[in-house]
Write a protein that binds this ligand. Structure first.
Ligand code: EPZ
Length: 418
């Protein structure tokens, strides 16, 4: 198991290229199941979660060729509609193959994903929506057994779940008739998926709004698509810049995908400059506490809550952070306290009182974004060394993070352990 060692205090400077979005690439790969001709995805990030989805599709017989930047997918050799427990439990997004399998082949056997560090993460909204499209759903020994010809329907989601919206869009592409989905997720990754599916011949309109209309078609062909930049990775680097009183420009992310987040950074006192395909953040004179409430897009993204908490732990003043999307997404708090932060949690609310500085300590990563928060805390700590264990959590969502932070001036390295 690797460890990441950080000696903090250096302000981060310069420019970093943002990779393709993990949370766009995963549903795009699943959508290739619907394509009856080969597809090519460009700007694919080189991450563990991408390799896991590659394995799931390859085990179903899909031909996947990944060069580390572009990915070629050909579903003509698919010979299975099953996604096994040992892979799905590793990565919840594997569940996104359910909708396209149903849409293309009329049946699917996909393991229930189970919970994870940030919550129980049920899939009831996914299953209710697919049943509304006419699928018969049975739960058998921890697997969802789904089958049936799909018919368009008007469906309102109980909650704008990103994954459920994606599963239902992909299934509805091949339903007979028209499907109208309301109270859907509006994340940029949904828009990216709809654009790719329309390239393949689907007829989707309204992605990015709270009403999506899908006119079912008899088949989808092949095509090419470039994955959008990873807004969460971009936000993570911008937070690291502000937290270290640095000056960093991220290239390859779209500022309109981060409006609520950038507004909060500016409210805290950081200077934000927006250019074509680039965002610059600097905070030479420090920053103040701000209140954050996470919401589905276009609200403040839950995937940047932990990283923002790390930065606010050394802000001037108090910040109130409310996590409204997941039931337990404060896994980073216990570790931040060990580094000298002053944080009190009551249910889904954390009160963060800014301290002068943090000090390095051995800490343990627990989930992807909590781990990113520990990296930011390590970059802040001017005393001692921070040693982060279980860094496989970080590698799921950030490509070579230590190399890219090192290029911005951080004293950070990865050591092999054991
Ligand atoms: C996606 O997860 C992202 N993952 C998550 O990013 C992100 O945090 C989340 O959306 C919210 O933005 C990918 O896109 C691969 P949800 P997803 O369904 O689709 C509840 C990261 O760090 N819910 O929108 O699983 C659920 O429990 C990851 O990159 C139900 O109750 O999220 C949660 O409380 C973490 N029933 C809330 O909705 C359901 O059927 C939001 O979940 C589905 C969800």
């Amino acid at each position: 198991m690797d460890k990441i060692l950080i000696r903090g205090g250096a302000p981060l400077r310069c420019t970093v290229a943002i990779r393709g979005a993990k949370n766009a690439t995963l549903p795009l790969m699943a959508a290739a199941i619907l394509a009856e001709k080969p597809c090519t995805l460009h700007n694919v990030p080189c991450l563990h979660d991408i390799f896991t989805m590659d394995k799931i599709l390859s085990d179903m017989g899909m031909a996947v060729e990944f060069t580390g930047r572009y990915m070629h997918l050909d579903s003509s050799s698919m010979n299975s509609v099953e996604a096994p427990y040992d892979l799905v439990r590793k990565m919840r997004a594997s569940f996104f193959v359910l909708g396209p399998l149903l849409g293309r082949f009329g049946k699917a056997r996909v393991s229930l994903p189970g919970g994870c560090a940030i919550g129980a993460r049920p899939v009831d909204i996914h299953l209710k929506g697919l049943e509304a499209l006419g699928a018969t759903i049975r739960i058998e020994s921890g697997y969802v057994e789904a089958e049936g010809a799909l018919t368009g329907a008007d469906i309102t989601l109980d909650f704008p779940s990103v994954g459920a919206t994606e599963n239902m869009i992909m299934a509805a592409c091949r339903a007979s008739g028209v499907t109208r989905l309301s109270n859907v997720a509006r994340e940029p990754e949904i828009v990216d998926l709809a654009q790719f599916l329309n390239t393949l011949g689907a007829r989707i309109s309204g992605a990015g709004t709270d009403l999506i209309t899908i006119v079912g078609v008899d088949a989808l062909s092949g095509g090419e698509h470039t994955v959008i930049g990873d807004r969460i990775e971009a936000g993570t680097f911008l937070l690291a810049a502000v937290a270290t009183h640095g000056d960093v420009t991220v290239q390859g992310a779209q500022s309109e995908h981060l409006t609520a987040f950038l507004g909060k950074l500016e409210e805290s006192g950081a200077t934000i400059e927006i250019g074509a395909n680039r965002i610059r953040a600097k905070a030479a004179n420090g920053f103040e506490g701000v209140d954050i409430t996470t919401q589905p897009f276009p609200g403040f993204p839950t995937d940047l809550q932990a990283q923002m908490m790390a930065m606010l732990s050394v802000a001037q003043g108090v910040s109130i952070i409310k996590e409204m999307v997941f039931e337990s997404r404060f896994m980073q708090v216990a570790e931040l306290l060990r580094m000298g932060a002053d944080i009190e949690v009551d249910g889904n609310t954390a009160v963060v009182r800014g301290v002068k500085n943090l000090s390095g300590a051995p800490v343990m990563a627990s989930d992807l974004r909590a781990s990113a928060a520990l990296v930011i805390a390590g970059l802040i700590a001017q005393k001692g060394e921070t040693a982060i264990s279980r860094v496989y959590h970080i590698d799921r969502g950030y490509e070579r993070i230590e190399e890219r932070l090192c290029a911005l001036g951080a004293d950070i390295r990865r050591v092999r352990e054991g």
